[in-house]
Ligand binder design. Sequence first.
Ligand code: M6R
Length: 607
Amino acid sequence: MCGIIGIIGREDVADRLLAGLRRLEYRGYDSAGVAVVENGVLARRRAEGKLDNLARKLAAEPLDGTVGIAHTRWATHGAPTEDNAHPHVVGEVTLVHNGIIENFKPLRDALIAEGRTFASQTDTEVVAHLVDRELQRGLSPVDAVKKVLPQLHGAFALAFLFRSHPDLLIGARLGAPLVVGYGEGETYLGSDALALAPLTQKIAYLDEGDWAVLTRDGVTIHDRDNQVVDRPTTISGLTGAMIDKGNHRHFMQKEIFEQPVVVAQTLGSYLRPLAGEVSLPIPEFDFTQIRRVTIVACGTSFYAGMVAKYWFEQFARVPVDLDVASEFRYREPVLEDGGLALFISQSGETADTLAALRHARAAGQKIAVVVNVPTSSMAREADLLLPTHAGPEIGVASTKAFTCQLAVLAALAANFARAKGRLSREEEQEIVRHLAEAPAAMNAAIAHDDEIEALAPLIAKARDVLYLGRGPDYPMALEGALKLKEISYIHAEGYAAGEMKHGPIALIDEHVPVIVIAPSGPLFDKTVSNMQEVQARGGKVVLISDAEGIAAAGEGTIATIEMPRVHPLIAPLVYAVPVQLLAYHVAVAKGTDVDQPRNLAKSVTVE
Ligand code: M6R
């Protein structure tokens, strides 16, 4: 996925476009580019790699112009070269694009047959050619875009700039988000409200199929049938300051440290601690009729869903199916009446999850969404919207969004159980009490940061690392491995501890550190038995447990990380912290780009 921004203003825009790209860089950082128009002249700067390369080019060769568009790319079609960097220019038309034009190949072949030549390998350039062709046939820019949009299949957010029309920007969306911003004598386009945060807080979200014509004086929005429509404006509440690193070296570190506060904020919307009650933001939703839950998500959000499956089944005794979103539709799931489909996403824009959501809706499921961006596509398509209140998460590795998802899912499981008559008043009070203790326990976990940092050089030397856990701590093993892989590039796998003996234990030798997640509780002894099987084969174990667990099983390990003693319900929230910190410090020790690891983007809006 990519980030796009456009400004039609009264002062030079290049610096502000670059600043906007900095706020969008989490969406992709393979290349970046800016184009502006001034006095009928189009000028463009593009650079491979991180935004700093483009910033250096712009500093050396500044751009003047009061209208412009810019792009930060996560490569889909074509390598991350300068030639493939956006904006793409064809004749009068300059274009940036987020998404995939799925029918680009036949379109491109037809354009080549007409004698057109392509300067890039991207799918995007096809769109610029199509619009340019309509301009050459005599259509106005607005009519040309209107004519081309229905020819495009796939997912896109587009922003068009026209060399001979410095008074015009056009944006369009289908399957990828695009917002319009309103300023004083200026208007804006952006991939999200964050992109526009320091420019304006007054924004409107385009609906699927919408396209918008921007001038300095206002915006006209059309729907997919080309009817002029009003889309409500909202005040985003985001400011530039919210995406600052503060005193931290990386966004990821800041976001790990923020967790006690944002989890407390999130729980504040779902619990009434004094009354000892769970209280969802949509109290009228009727859970009594729900016979089955289908949970769908990707990556870290999927692991939150794995934990939720344990909780929903344990507390509410409701059967749960669980799928990664990219597989869900293709296994032709049986979705019976009375089902609740639950989608979990930080961004609310992940294409696989969004497509799964639409599949479930078409199959008659009620749609619940746990999401961190309340204005996202998923949020807007939910019957039951369950926001997390993590605030903007910028580091590509998800941390605070994950623990806030767990907080919401625990409250949801308890609410479900109560609605199903499976939870006594006392049990509900006890759950609320334990959840309310989570922020303090997470704080206590963060206090072990120094020890974890001291352990990092040892893990940084490894080529492979294994993580083990049982029950709801098994997803923590998977999450720990994912965190380590994505930011330190060390091969890591998470296993259900009891599964080791069925194959993976063959991997054990003195070079493979094994991180064992074993809070005291009903599964502790079994996990420790599996850990001892590893140690008996020369495995080097790092045990993450509480004081009691470490006293019982710490002997023979190469290191222990002590967590506060917590109730098993909140153990996943607390034990997420050390695995995040370990991955963070290992990545720092290895010198990788923690916030923007290679090949990744924060949210992936292509399937
Ligand atoms: O925005 P989403 O939660 O839908 O994103 C899902 C995954 O792409 C995301 O969790 C990814 O796995 C993270 N990089 C993990 O840290």
